[in-house]
Design a protein around this ligand. Structure first.
Ligand code: OGA
Ligand code: MN
Length: 335
């Protein structure tokens, strides 16, 4: 009798996954935690009022005082920072995920099929967009490359982690009080409207105490998070463009999944009043050359320059999933 009960309860995660994945019938969103509709079920706004970081503006973020941060009673260690990006900031990061990150030496899922030096340039090489190749891109890895077969990171399979992304993660982790966090590996996931990501835990990192930072851009997603076993009934959370989800402490090793991509109810990357250029200033950054970076961010205020990126995110979701791999006192895997 007990055995049967155990087997049945193991299906709790899968049951929810299948429910939310369904197209016929479409799932009800009644039980989905949706911050923007004021349906935060068992969610607490913890807005940290701490002194602002002078880097926020440069990185496309609002001031800390405008950030809205939520915790979840049922999921200790889970944080949701509801879109702290400006419109220009969203454009900057979406563009990086499409134009820069899939470029060599970074790795993509397309590598096993053919070598493509620069995916974004390749799909726009001819007059007509190569939609087939555009659709093929499902992930890019940065820093320590995630090994999808062995799940083991190694020193030989490592490239420089993008400095501006490390800086963004530094600002977010400082804000949450994780002052020693170092971004060392990332998976950028590209989802189409029918894509899903099945239940898994992320446990390849040597350091499992460090939080995992997850940035969402473009179309929305239903995100499921449960416990360390699949029997735990998961919660469903709507993730919108600009949202940052942080899995730390107890939540770091919990099962999670993306059963459905949903059409976004608005396009925060196209908020025209907010697409003003950021002024030149003498922000002190840790890693990035601020003058080049200011030009890079400002270019995105131009709608014409940004139109190809806009077409992509109108039909896709991008998730940047950042991890620290090493222990605090390590600088390589082999020491
Ligand atoms: C991952 C992941 C979640 C998401 O890449 O490991 O869990 O929101 N992504 O896409
Ligand atoms: Mn994951």
């Amino acid at each position: 009798m007990k055995r049967n009960l155990d087997i049945k309860s193991e299906d709790n995660f899968m049951k929810r996954f299948k429910y939310y994945k369904s197209n016929k019938p479409e799932p009800s969103l009644d039980k989905v935690v949706r911050i923007q509709y004021n349906v935060p079920i068992e969610v607490n706004n913890i807005s940290n009022i701490i002194e602002d970081d002078s880097r926020t503006k440069l990185l496309g973020l609002r001031n800390f005082t405008d950030w809205k941060t939520y915790t979840f009673n049922k999921h200790s260690g889970l944080f949701l920072i509801a879109n702290p990006f400006t419109s220009l900031g969203q454009r900057l990061w979406i563009r990086k995920c499409l134009e820069d990150y899939p470029r060599k030496p970074n790795k993509t899922n397309i590598d096993i099929e053919k070598h493509i030096e620069d995916w974004w340039r390749e799909i726009h090489k001819n007059d007509e967009l190569d939609r087939k190749l555009q659709k093929k891109l499902r992930w890019t890895t940065l820093g320590y490359h995630h090994n999808w077969d062995t799940k083991v990171y190694c020193e030989k399979n490592r490239n420089v982690f993008p400095l501006e992304l490390a800086e963004l993660c530094d600002v977010v982790s400082q804000y949450l009080g994780y002052i020693h966090f170092k971004a060392q590996a990332a998976i950028v996931n590209y989802y189409h409207m029918g894509s899903t990501l099945s239940a898994h835990t992320d446990h390849s990192e040597v350091n499992l105490e460090a939080p995992l930072l997850s940035f969402s851009f473009g179309q929305s997603a239903i995100f499921l998070i449960g416990g360390q076993e699949k029997s735990y009934e998961p919660s469903a959370i709507l993730l919108n463009s600009g949202d940052i989800l942080v899995m730390s402490k107890e939540a770091r090793l919990c099962y999670h999944a993306v059963p459905k991509i949903l059409q976004a109810s608005n396009q925060p990357w196209n908020n025209y009043e907010e697409l003003i250029q950021i002024a030149d200033n003498d922000v002190k950054t840790k890693y990035i050359n601020d003058e080049t970076f200011i030009n890079e961010i400002n270019r995105n205020a131009d709608n014409k320059e940004w139109s190809q990126f806009s077409s992509y995110v109108e039909k896709s979701r991008i998730n940047v999933n950042v991890r620290q791999v090493l222990m605090e006192n390590q600088d390589r895997l082999d020491n």
